[in-house]
Design a protein around this ligand. Structure first.
Ligand SMILES: Cc1cc2nc3c(=O)[nH]c(=O)nc-3n(C[C@H](O)[C@H](O)[C@H](O)COP(=O)(O)OP(=O)(O)OC[C@H]3O[C@@H](n4cnc5c(N)ncnc54)[C@H](O)[C@@H]3O)c2cc1C
Length: 339
């Protein structure tokens, strides 16, 4: 008989892992606290409008292709490349900057404000690219259980990158560009990490390479939630059941080993193995009651930022608005530090 795995959480991480496990021959079941799958990658339908609520584009499309390949399926959604990647407006500059992947088209917009932009950008991307390729397998795709393990791994990274470890994203960008516009536009990607260019390590300038050179950004035909619908459909075909409106709030142990998860209504969910897709720290605090994640310790932790999001439906097209638009004021650093 195959072993049973219970997945707590039907975010994209839970869904994708559940499908991998099902394809490997495990019996898999998913419980989800919300009323539909998707987690942060979700959808609201209201008054005839449909909104993607979280992610609006993705990078590293080859990871999706590898996932489909590993599972022996056709990728259950269609995606297309974005170019420009996004557009940026400044309060004190009437020009809208479009972030084209074509370096000549990109550079043409900076001619008057950043002399030599093309050469500077090529040099910056060359450095970011080396950072990406020297760290992707060693650091980015690895899991670290402790600071010690992280530091030991960093020490194995090509030593040419050591100075970068001691700089912020903003400092690294400033070494390459002089104009306010170029500096702010190129450092915007740090916000995608839930941090700011001022408190993000320069190692993450590798994201500039992933944006402009490596793979770019992609949208999904019919909206991002098609990813979730496609995965849910594949899971159904693989016989995986998803039970929504079921929040795990407790657990039971047998001889020091996790034996079952318990939901809010008191129902016990037994399995041979458990996979938790919930935010790790929150789950350790509120469900597993780990001392290291007590309320006091959680309050002292340094969290990435949250989002205030408005979903606005309009019944016409706005030609002056691109697919992704940034509007920057005159207080970039102050805003970053206060957010
Ligand atoms: C506003 C916003 C914009 C974003 N934009 C982008 C973007 O453009 N591109 C991009 O790549 N990424 C973007 N992200 C990040 C991306 O959404 C997340 O990295 C990704 O969706 C996380 O997936 P996950 O499966 O790890 O976690 P989650 O989506 O958080 O899934 C966790 C699931 O577990 C469930 N759960 C939690 N606790 C319990 C419990 N106790 N019992 C049962 N179920 C539980 C939750 O309800 C949830 O469904 C954005 C995020 C936000 C919030």
């Amino acid at each position: 008989m195959s072993k049973k795995v219970l997945v707590a959480g039907a975010g994209i991480g839970g869904l994708a892992t559940a499908l991998r496990l099902a394809k490997m021959g495990f019996e898999v079941e998913i419980v989800e606290k919300n009323n539909q799958a998707g987690g942060r990658l979700n959808q609201i339908k209201k008054d005839g409008f449909t909104f993607d609520t979280g992610p609006s584009f993705f990078s590293m499309s080859y990871e999706f292709e590898a996932f489909a390949n590993d599972c022996g399926i056709e990728l259950p959604f269609k995606y297309y490349s974005l170019d420009p990647l996004y557009s940026v407006n400044f309060i004190d500059n009437p020009k809208t900057f479009h972030l084209y992947r074509d370096i000549d088209k990109l550079a043409a917009q900076f001619e008057d404000i950043e002399p030599g932009f093309k050469q500077k950008m090529e040099k910056y991307l060359e450095k970011s690219g080396r950072l990406f390729h020297d760290t992707v397998d060693l650091v980015i795709k690895n899991n670290f259980d402790s600071y010690f393990a992280y530091i030991v791994t960093l020490m194995r990274v090509n030593p040419v990158h050591i100075p970068v470890l001691f700089r912020s994203f903003w400092q690294q960008v400033n070494r390459h560009f002089t104009s306010k516009e170029a500096r702010q536009i190129i450092s915007l990607v740090a916000f995608f990490l839930g941090r700011t260019p001022f408190d993000t390590m320069a190692i993450y300038t590798l994201l500039s390479y992933t944006e402009f050179k490596h793979d770019g950004y992609f949208n999904v035909e019919g909206g991002m939630y098609k990813i979730v619908e496609g995965l849910v459909n594949e899971l159904e075909k693989a016989g995986v059941k998803i039970t929504c409106n079921t929040e795990i709030t407790g657990f039971s142990e047998n001889a020091g080993k996790l034996d079952a998860l318990i939901d809010k209504s008191g129902k016990t969910w037994k399995a041979d193995a458990f996979l938790v897709n919930s935010d790790a720290a929150v789950f350790r605090n509120s469900v597993l009651k780990r001392e290291k994640f007590s309320d006091e310790k959680m309050a002292r932790m340094n969290w990435t930022m949250g989002y205030l999001t408005f979903y606005i439906g309009i019944k016409c097209k706005l030609p002056q608005v691109n697919h992704h638009n940034y509007y920057l004021g005159s207080n970039y650093e102050e805003y970053s530090n206060n957010i």
